[in-house]
Design a protein around this ligand. Structure first.
Ligand code: HXC
Length: 280
């Protein structure tokens, strides 16, 4: 096995050693999709660096148990878990109210809830397409809408978790590419509209991240070519899939003081792979 240009982070790494302890002391993060691998990694890092948090997921019991597990990264932290479907604005509004009641405010918002599966266009029913649009795009809108009164009070920061499928187009992902393109457009528009209120709106675009439910589900299907499964790093200039902690690092940067003048950015964290889509 040749040496990787940038080694894979250690198994237990939450984030790199670039950040000072307690930089998020007193901050509160609200995160949809927060029980998923990537978003729980983002929240775990923020909590470790001083924040309290509320995470939302459709499976209430699982979300509460992930919240309890995240709390353990920093003694004294508070992490709330709510059952919530982002397609339902009322369940979001209720979670916002409960978060403010318990934690006092919302400083950081991560819109991370997403749905995904591989399908040909013929295999997609109208409802299947609509389902992904509703979870990803309408769900992101609903989340911002529910949190906005709180974000105005704190001059909060928003991160949307997107994908790169629509940069080039992607077979078997027309539904997700369309939804994520919409999310990017929403994020860009909010950067302009909410900037004067001191609210920033940015996008993190993870590439293929190892050990995530999304990647496991996508690669489990026979629709993904065998050579790509055997050598997932084939198209990635840095030679490997990413780590959850590397998405956490990007999140920390955007929410930290170091990112205060960044607004309307798409921060692609993919080892350069989407730029190498011809694979040579
Ligand atoms: C075609 C499918 C399908 C499939 C579901 N549908 N799976 N069509 N191929 N594999 C259709 C159904 O038949 C139905 O249409 C419609 O989609 C809605 O399905 P439901 O199961 O009723 O919807 P729901 O319970 O809301 O579930 C949503 C879901 C599901 C998106 C379908 O997969 C889900 O809950 N996913 C959440 C978890 C997830 O996907 N995590 C990964 C995110 S990672 P009909 O016409 O029959 O009614 C990610 C980034 C990956 O997004 C990036 C990788 C690089």
């Amino acid at each position: 096995m040749p040496e990787l240009p940038v080694p894979f982070p250690a198994e237990d790494e939450l984030y790199s050693n670039a950040w000072a302890k307690d930089i998020f002391k007193g901050k509160v993060v609200f995160c949809t999709g927060g029980a998923g691998t990537i978003c729980s990694g983002q929240v775990r890092a923020l909590v470790s660096l001083g924040a309290n948090a509320a995470i939302l997921g459709r499976r209430e019991a699982n979300t509460k148990s992930v919240a309890a597990e995240i709390e353990k990264v920093r003694p004294g932290s508070k992490v709330l878990g709510f059952g919530c479907d982002v397609r339902d604005i009322n369940s979001l509004t209720a979670a916002v109210e409960a978060t403010v009641k318990e934690l006092g405010k919302i400083d950081f918002l991560i819109c991370g809830a997403a749905g995904n599966f591989l399908s040909t266009v013929e295999g997609l029913s109208s409802n299947a397409f609509k389902t992904v649009m509703d979870i990803d795009l309408l769900g992101s809108f609903n989340t911002v809408k529910a949190c906005l009164p709180e974000l105005r009070k704190t001059k909060g920061k928003i991160i949307f978790v997107s994908a790169a499928f629509h940069f080039t187009g992607a077979a078997l992902q027309s539904h997700v590419a369309a939804a994520k393109a919409g999310i990017d457009a929403l994020a860009h528009s909010l950067a302009i509209e909410l900037g004067p209120a001191g609210i920033t709106s940015n996008i993190i675009t993870p590439g293929a991240i190892a050990k995530t439910e999304g990647m496991e589900r996508l690669t489990a299907t026979s629709m993904v070519p065998e050579d790509l499964k055997k050598n997932p790093a084939k198209m990635t200039p840095l030679g490997r899939w990413g780590a959850v902690s590397e998405i956490a690092d990007a999140t920390i940067f955007l929410f930290s003081e170091a990112g205060r003048y960044v607004n309307g950015l798409t921060l692609v964290v993919d080892g350069g792979s989407w730029r190498n889509s011809n694979g040579v």
